[in-house]
Design a protein around this ligand. Structure first.
Ligand code: NAP
Length: 288
């Protein structure tokens, strides 16, 4: 089989961003202001700095106001909680994002829980997580939301399909599995203790890989025609270049659809963050 469709998250995210930009154009006139995203970055982790710059650039591009608070690594939990409290109370802030991971000594769960659920544009607050699992109105985490958008863009019918998700993290694996389940896929979740992983993944018609191991899933682990979403962002140990959790060269020839790394899920995460921010703004406006 020839290589299947390479599903560009970059192209779809550009389309989403262009749509948002157009939508936001008359917001100042209609609502008196544009949506406002506040981002908090604690410490100087280089990867986090890159992610935050990406978010700033994306906000600027579509016309979302962005305030980034760069706090020193020595920031205490109390100082961070107090910063979040003032952003929660600020009526001109619609979305709050605390870039993870936080420096040691800060309780991430306590920080996430302190964000107003309505401003939690990452969708990590326990009330938003519960909302997803209980099918109540909620903000869905950006990466899983982006994955579903990609599958929809590719026209993948999920109903009745055998979907396998490798990875059970709170931010990717679990919410993605739930979204696939909500679309009536039959979902299997795999993790580091799964026995004979290849036997499970070869059953997959849709395979989502979110483990954080360079090129882990190889061609012999998938079946012909599989749809592959590669969430991984890793550095190739030999070249130092970005690569996914999927060995693209051996898997792509068997896949009907596959996402590349970079340019796949990554840009969709940012596009969905922008969407979540606009939705948070509109929810507030409609509640007034
Ligand atoms: P994580 O919290 O470290 O979770 C990794 C998951 O993979 C765990 O459930 C772990 O199993 C499982 N796993 C690890 N080794 C395995 C193995 N050999 N076989 C089967 N399962 C294995 O990671 P994460 O936050 O979900 O992120 C996963 C990857 O996605 C990373 O590369 C991250 O950088 C990337 N990511 C990308 C985006 C994006 O926007 N593109 C967003 C978020 C994350 P256990 O539970 O048993 O330990």
């Amino acid at each position: 089989m020839d290589n299947g469709v390479i599903l560009s998250g970059k192209a779809l995210s550009d389309k989403i961003k262009a749509g948002l930009k157009e939508r936001l154009a008359d917001f100042p006139e209609r609502y008196g202001r544009v949506p406002h995203l506040a981002v908090i970055l604690v410490g100087d982790d280089p990867a986090s700095q890159t992610y935050v710059r990406g978010k700033e650039k994306a906000c600027e591009l579509v016309g979302i106001r962005n305030s980034t608070f760069r706090l020193p690594a020595e920031t205490t939990q109390e100082e961070l909680l107090s910063r979040i409290a003032s952003l929660n109370a600020d009526p001109e802030v619609d979305g709050i994002l605390v870039q993870l991971p936080l420096p040691e000594g800060i309780d991430e769960a306590a920080i996430i829980e302190s964000i107003d659920k309505e401003k939690d544009v990452d969708g990590f607050h326990p009330l938003n997580v519960a909302g997803l699992w209980m099918k109540r109105p909620c903000t869905v985490a950006c990466t899983p939301k982006g994955i579903l958008r990609l599958l929809d863009e590719a026209g993948v019918e999920l109903k009745g399909k055998r979907a396998v998700v490798i990875g059970r993290s709170q931010i990717v694996g679990l919410p993605t599995a739930k979204l696939l389940l909500d679309r009536h896929a039959t979902v299997t979740i795999c993790h580091s203790r799964t026995k004979d992983l290849g036997a499970v993944t070869r059953e997959a018609e849709v395979l989502v890989v979110a483990i954080g191991r360079p090129r882990f899933v190889t061609g012999d682990m998938v079946s012909e025609g599989v749809v592959v979403i590669d969430v991984g962002v890793n550095r190739d140990p030999s070249t130092g270049k970005l690569c996914g959790d999927v060995d693209f060269d051996s898997v792509a020839p068997k896949a009907s659809v596959i996402t590349p790394v970079p340019g796949g899920v990554g840009p969709m995460t940012i596009a969905c963050l922008l969407e979540n921010t606009v939705e948070a703004f509109l929810r507030k406006k409609s509640a007034l």
